[in-house]
Design a protein around this ligand. Structure first.
Ligand code: NDP
Length: 322
């Protein structure tokens, strides 16, 4: 096969995002790349995935044998609610362009990144890979979710019609260095970390929105990078696989806030603003399929991963996205 003839040339879209940076850490700093392999991490400055011609040009120039497709139009809850149509159309276009350009140039394997928001929002929990088509995703981000669901359908089509091994992974909520730490439009953990930083600096209480009871399954971006690399090398199914820790590692928002308090050495008070909504109570996913392949995979302990993330944020406060 092509795999045995040429050294791999891996093109990563979305290489500047939190997931892309986690993968870069694994590939460049932790020895994940094999000898002779070339890795190209692209941001929107290097390629405009909304434009098919530009996508083809960059692919033709680099001649990837493998593609990890992380790029997406992403945003917080409110941006999604306001712009569901834009999220749908832009992400459909980006995904279609990446897979078509990959197919045209003969890319052996593509791993695309989905998200647990593609699942029916009512469960049943824990969610597993078979449930994707069973019910509608949450109304708040149906555009983004349906664009992501379509990737799994495209992958099936490229396999059935052209024999292509294009697959996808489904991570739960990610945290780590290089996240978007904006607390209006960012993620749960990065928001709490940024607020704790300010509370510590200004000697004010840490105010967490909502009751603190919703539960979240978090994955450290570096662990996710290791698992995406595994999926590129060793996961041979076309159907997607959920990437997350074991169900017992799910934490409540309250537990997460207390862990950040400890990691950032903040000695003030945590206040839960119950006048604000809680969002989805839980979206627990099962990693049984992943564990079937990797029964011994060790996730970084939550406190250690959180400490690394907080230390990164403090050290990079001026330049971090926020
Ligand atoms: P980020 O917002 O951190 O990064 C998005 C990346 O996509 C950036 O590299 C950005 O480039 C690039 N990008 C966006 N639009 C375009 C475009 N038109 N052309 C080229 N590149 C573009 O996102 P994440 O790292 O969080 O997300 C990566 C993937 O992981 C996404 O597919 C997301 O859906 C998925 N995911 C993320 C989760 C999370 O909790 N973060 C959870 C589950 C799934 P630039 O930096 O130049 O803007």
């Amino acid at each position: 096969s092509q795999d045995n003839q040429k050294p791999w040339r891996v093109l990563v879209t979305g290489g500047s995002g939190i997931v892309g940076k986690g993968l870069q850490c694994v590939v460049k700093e932790m020895g994940g790349a094999k000898e002779g392999e070339e890795w190209l991490f692209l941001s929107s400055k290097d390629i405009n995935l909304l434009n098919l011609e530009n996508t083809r040009e960059v692919f033709e120039k680099f001649q990837p044998t493998h593609v990890i497709h992380l790029a997406a139009m992403v945003g917080g809850l409110f941006m999604n609610m306001r712009q569901n149509l834009d999220f749908l159309r832009n992400n459909l276009t980006i995904n279609d362009n990446v897979l078509l350009a990959s197919h045209e140039i003969g890319v052996t394997k593509v791993v695309s990144c989905l998200s647990t928001c593609i699942f029916p929002h009512n469960g049943p929990f824990p969610l597993d890979e078979s449930m994707i088509p069973f019910g509608p995703p949450h109304d708040s981000n149906y555009g983004y979710a349906h664009a992501k669901r379509t990737v799994a359908i495209l992958n099936r089509g490229y396999y059935e019609q052209h024999g292509r091994r294009y697959t996808a992974v489904i991570p739960t909520n990610v945290f780590g260095p290089h996240d978007n730490f904006n607390f209006a439009d960012g993620h749960v953990m990065s928001g709490i970390i940024h607020k704790t930083y300010i509370a510590k600096r200004d000697k004010t209480p840490l105010v967490v929105l909502g009751s603190g009871t919703p539960r979240r399954q978090l994955i450290y971006s570096v662990d996710l990078g290791r698992l995406i690399l595994w999926s590129l090398r060793d996961y041979d199914e076309i159907d997607p696989v959920i990437l997350c820790g074991d169900v017992e590692s799910e934490v409540s928002v309250k537990e997460a806030a207390e862990a950040v308090k400890k990691a950032m050495d903040f000695d003030g008070e945590i206040v839960f603003d119950k006048s604000k909504g809680d969002g989805v109570f839980k979206k627990t996913a099962s990693n049984a399929k992943l564990r079937k392949y990797l029964p011994d995979f060790k996730f970084t302990p939550f406190d250690q991963a959180l400490k690394e993330t907080c230390d990164w944020f403090v050290a990079n406060y001026d330049s971090a996205r926020k």
